[in-house]
Design a protein around this ligand. Structure first.
Ligand code: BGC
Length: 778
């Protein structure tokens, strides 16, 4: 009897725990905010409500007739948008170019005063800033996320976000569309550099750090040094089948859950307040109309009370591009019913009129409108906008940000670039370069800050960087001249990017001039790659580095002078014919305004390389792989008539990266030899600096599930850390791995951990352990 009672109690406890786990809110609601949201909602008319759900670009309320003398709002259009239509949010940078903090503060304060005077609800202003407050003149620009990921230093995305938040808030900007966690798994995709690379674990860890850095410790009360995030783009945006931006992906639901949902889930569980949706579609269903993913998985599944915003004009796209709705009204109803709360329209207030009509016709239930508006109001309370003190006296607030654009932040941006630039080849130890060496700096990326920063820098396309910043920051050439002496360093680009919007246009008329200049140098630093671009304009037709640039390197190599190849761009362009002509290769990707200085410090040996690739660098355009491939992708021959020629032949694997010193790994060990789903495993490894120079090592931990009911990935990452080691020094690196992290999503759409053998890999070390019991969970 007693044992029956105990069993019943245990069963009840299990049911209760499962229930409690399911309903535990991702963000614990604040009772006071909830009360205010309810009160506010009860006072609102349907016009007020649909207005809150609309987001309009600043261009729609700008007085362009005054643009020559600076930014000015159009009083009439502002009256229509914020007054008549009560629009709840404005986005984007005024006049499409970075503004001073003063212009920002005046603008946001004026907009809030206007919207408060209409119905007591402040508008919320949102901008794209993924590597600093990059729409603000003078702000600190950090390396782009792909470089932050290459550092494998968790503190870097945290600190980048923290400083970006501080400098944004100094402009009264309360909301940023960041971080990006799109898994850059297709190198053709022009937004690969906006993400933390190809791996979901790295994206999850880095994006959570970024969310914490942006939002600070309490998502219910974002303080005046922090901003709200919009994690994006939900989801699988980084794997378009064609490689072109905003085109369809074809990911199974199982893999969506296993790989692409994970970074979003972790960020939501760590307090992310808003989320932006992927513009494209998956298996025929646009994400903006996908109720299952937006409502069932995200809002209900994670019990998340945050707010979902569309991407640019994507409700329109449901009928005009995707043809799954017959007109705009039905597209609006479809998206709102799927779970969209705010529509980034962005030019027209027609949305408000049509949504109202859709509600009146019964196409959208009032309960859905109230839910969406509650989420928007909650967000505005959480970010502090109802408190006039956060925006009302802009110049008084300005004094609270003495560190804006400080040397301290610049120093950090330089250190972060040093940690993210990756040394991929160093034949005969040609790097570091000796003092006094004569250097020719060549290539279209030699003398441009546009190239170092990439897109989302001062402008959307990053195309005005050089003209806007003048000599304030150092290009690669200038940084090398500062470091090695102007008399020793000369510039002859050979190939140049043409000015203007076509980022691929090149002028290759001076290759011979560069070759001639090489005569009086000891070493050639050839800076090749890409000009800046962003989003769809970055689509191209070949992953191979441009012919002009490859011809330049070939011509320079013919001089017999050693070539150091510097790769500067947003994605890995194919270089298999010029890599063998180079003694050294450094991939700086997009390291930001201080990336040239960082490279000079590294090339001089004043600091050491420690970055590793957060993606697989392909060797040929038709052989694109990720490190977590299925084993069958890597079989060079098979018995019988067929040679499948499915060989992993990459230029550099995920995790590649050299240093001026060497590291030895020993004693990889786990605190258990067998485990089950409830365990947390403690994995340790001893890392020794076995070379002559101090250095940092990114320690990457992987696991393999040896036999599973679905073909297992070759290996998957489950931990990383970075250690600083003096020559001869050994440190033990310890990582905690919850057993659940070794699971996968099975064909019943359940997470599962199956019994059997597992391997951990770290450096050249490997250790076996055994899972004793199969388990499954949601
Ligand atoms: C991009 C988003 C961005 C939005 C607002 C869209 O075109 O896809 O990443 O946040 O514009 O600027």
């Amino acid at each position: 009897m007693k044992s029956k009672l105990v069993l019943t109690m245990l069963a009840l406890q299990v049911v209760f725990c499962a229930w409690a786990q399911r309903v535990r809110p991702a963000i614990k609601p604040d009772a006071n905010i909830e009360k205010q949201v309810k009160e506010q909602l009860s006072k609102m008319s349907l016009d007020d409500k649909v207005g809150q759900m609309c987001e309009i670009t600043i261009d729609a309320i700008t007085d362009f007739s005054k643009a020559k003398t600076g930014f000015a709002l159009s009083a009439a259009q502002t009256d229509t948008v914020l007054g008549k239509y009560r629009v709840g949010s404005i986005l984007n940078v005024p006049l499409s170019v970075a503004q001073t903090p003063k212009v920002w503060r005046t603008l946001i304060s004026e907009l809030n005063r206007k919207s408060m005077s209409v119905n007591g609800i402040p508008q919320v202003y949102g901008v794209d800033q993924i590597h600093g407050a990059t729409y603000t003149m003078g702000a600190t620009f950090f390396p782009q996320p792909i470089v932050q990921a290459a550092s494998f230093n968790k503190n870097i995305p945290f600190r980048v976000a923290e400083v970006s938040a501080y400098e944004s808030r100094a402009c009264l900007i309360p909301w940023v569309y960041a971080p990006v966690m799109d898994l850059g798994r297709n190198p053709n995709w022009p937004r690969m550099w906006e993400s933390f690379g190809e791996d979901d674990y790295v994206n999850s860890v880095m994006a959570v750090q970024a969310v914490k850095g942006y939002q600070g410790p309490d998502p219910n009360h974002i303080d005046m040094n922090h901003v709200a995030v919009s994690i994006k783009h939900f989801m699988a945006y980084g794997v378009p089948v064609t490689g072109k931006d905003r085109t369809p992906s074809m990911v199974t639901e199982r893999e969506l859950k296993e790989r692409y949902f994970e970074p979003f889930k972790h960020c939501v569980e760590n307090g992310a307040l808003t989320l932006m949706v992927n513009s494209a579609s998956n298996n025929g269903m646009p994400f903006h109309a996908n109720k299952k993913l937006l409502t069932d998985w995200l809002k209900e599944g994670l019990n998340w009370d945050g707010m979902i915003v569309t991407d640019w004009a994507d409700i329109n796209n449901l009928w005009s591009r995707e043809h799954i709705a017959k007109d705009k009204k039905h597209a609006i109803a479809m998206a709102i019913n799927a779970g969209i709360d705010m529509s980034m329209e962005p030019y027209s207030v027609e949305f408000c009129r049509l949504l109202k009509q859709a509600v009146n016709e019964g196409l959208v239930p009032m309960s859905r409108i109230d839910d969406a508006v509650s989420r928007i109001l909650r967000f505005k309370y959480r970010v502090g906008l109802f408190d006039k003190k956060t925006w009302d006296k802009p110049e008084k607030i300005a004094k609270n940000y003495p560190d804006f654009a400080s040397p301290k932040f610049a120093e950090e941006a330089t250190r972060f670039a040093e940690e993210g630039e990756v040394l991929l080849k160093n034949e005969g130890g040609i790097l570091p370069l000796k003092k006094g060496v004569r250097i020719l700096v060549a290539g279209p990326n030699a003398n441009t800050l546009r190239g170092l920063n990439g897109g989302w820098s001062y402008t959307w396309q990053g195309d005005k960087t050089d003209e806007l910043v003048g000599d304030k920051y150092n290009s690669i050439y200038k940084a090398l001249a500062n470091k090695f002496g102007a008399a020793n360093v000369s510039l002859a680009e050979g190939v140049r990017y043409k000015a203007g919007s076509d980022w691929e246009a090149e002028d290759a008329s001076e290759i011979e001039k560069a070759v001639a200049a090489a005569g009086s140098s000891d070493v050639i630093v050839a800076c090749v790659g890409e000009n800046s671009y962003c989003e769809t304009p970055g689509n191209f037709n070949s992953l191979i580095l441009s012919e002009n640039q490859r011809n330049l390197v070939k011509a320079l190599a013919k001089t017999g002078k050693p070539v150091v190849l510097v790769l500067n761009g947003g994605r890995p362009r194919i270089i298999n014919d010029i890599e063998p002509l180079s003694k050294a290769v450094v991939n700086v990707m997009l390291p930001g305004n201080y990336g040239g200085d960082a490279l000079a410090n590294l090339m001089a040996g004043d600091c050491n390389f420690s970055g590793k690739l957060p993606f697989t660098y392909p060797r040929t355009p038709s052989s694109l792989h990720t490190y977590d491939y299925k084993v069958s992708e890597n079989q060079s021959t098979m018995a019988g008539n067929y040679n499948y020629d499915a060989k992993m032949d990459v230029q550099w694997p995920f995790g590649a990266g050299l240093s001026y010193t060497t590291f030895k790994y020993a004693n990889l060990r786990v605190n258990k030899t067998s485990f089950d789903v409830n365990d947390e495993l403690t994995v340790s490894v001893d890392v020794t600096n076995s070379g002559e120079k101090a250095g940092k090592e990114a320690v990457l931990l992987y696991f393999s599930d040896v036999v599973a009911s679905l073909i297992p990935d070759n290996r998957s990452m489950c931990g990383f850390d970075k250690v600083d080691l003096q020559p001869g020094e050994t440190k033990t690196v310890t990582m905690k791995v919850p057993a659940r992290a070794l699971g996968f999503v099975n064909s019943d759409m359940k997470w599962t951990l199956e019994e059997g053998e597992f391997l951990f890999h770290c450096g050249d070390q490997q250790v076996k352990l055994n899972c004793t019991k199969t388990a499954a969970w949601d």
